[in-house]
Design a protein around this ligand. Structure first.
Ligand code: MG
Ligand code: MG
Length: 254
């Protein structure tokens, strides 16, 4: 169903909370020198210890709990023996199932120091997510979200990936509607109260064009420019959209 019941939204909040805590746990260990598969193991153990199931593992054959995408990798990077280095831009996307409902969201970390343009890329990507979220009200269409994201990104000299989009979420990881990060005002599927959607701008410093690596999963920028990715879970609400995911466990940890 496009519209969730209040009870379903409560369940989605619980799944989302588990993803948030998992990302927080991962962030404690995300530093220069760590192998990405170590982060993946930490995430899987954390999810299972808290009664959940990793949502990505086995999804169309994806082999891991996290998608970890570094620098020119946009999304769907497979954790492995790669070691995180100072200056890396690391997108961590996490999904978990709890009580039959999915949580799915992502954060981009800058490890150590990087150049100003890359810092701006990460900031603008996050700002574009906030602007997209603000459009998630009944009476708007998915195109209004994409328009807001695209406008902010392109005004700042960055580029929106076209090949991958956000999505509805519920008892399935990917539900209708598709939520592109580009678009025109008033176009696309109308947004209705209590729809739950994942808005997830994937923004490149260089060309928007992407290619898939030989592993069959990893999407990277065609020109090897860096890319950033943030994702939140949002309930469409009259007046003000409700964000049911949180970065608090990453940013406000003790
Ligand atoms: Mg998603
Ligand atoms: Mg995701």
């Amino acid at each position: 169903m496009l519209q969730k019941t209040d009870e379903e939204i409560l369940l989605l909040k619980e799944s989302s909370l588990l993803v948030g805590k998992t990302l927080g746990e991962v962030s404690r260990h995300l530093k220069s020198g760590v192998e990405t598969r170590t982060l993946d193991r930490i995430a899987e153990e954390f999810i299972r210890t808290h009664g959940g199931i990793p949502a990505f593992k086995g999804y169309n054959g994806f082999p891991a709990t996290l998608c970890i995408s570094i620098n020119d990798q946009v999304v769907h990077g497979i954790p492995g023996s790669r070691v995180v280095k100072d200056g890396d831009v690391v997108s961590v996307d996490c999904g978990a199932v709890l009580n039959g409902y999915f949580g799915d969201y992502a954060y981009t970390f800058i490890v150590g120091e990087t150049d100003k343009r890359t810092i701006d890329l990460v900031r603008v990507t996050r700002e574009s997510l906030e602007l997209g979220i603000a459009e998630a009200i009944p009476g708007n269409c998915v195109g209004d979200i994409g328009y807001a994201v695209q406008l902010h990104v392109e005004r700042n000299g960055f580029h929106v990936v076209r090949d991958l989009v956000g999505h509805g979420i519920g008892r399935h990881l990917h539900e209708k509607p598709e939520v592109p990060n580009y678009g025109k005002r008033g176009r696309g599927m109308p947004l209705v109260e209590n729809m739950v959607i994942c808005i997830e701008p994937m923004i490149n410093s260089g060309t928007w064009k992407v290619v898939q690596e030989n592993d069959g999963w990893t999407i990277r920028t065609r020109d090897h420019s860096p890319s950033a990715h943030f994702e939140h879970m949002v309930v469409v609400k009259k007046g003000k959209p409700e964000v049911i995911s949180t970065y608090d466990f990453i940013e406000n940890r003790e």
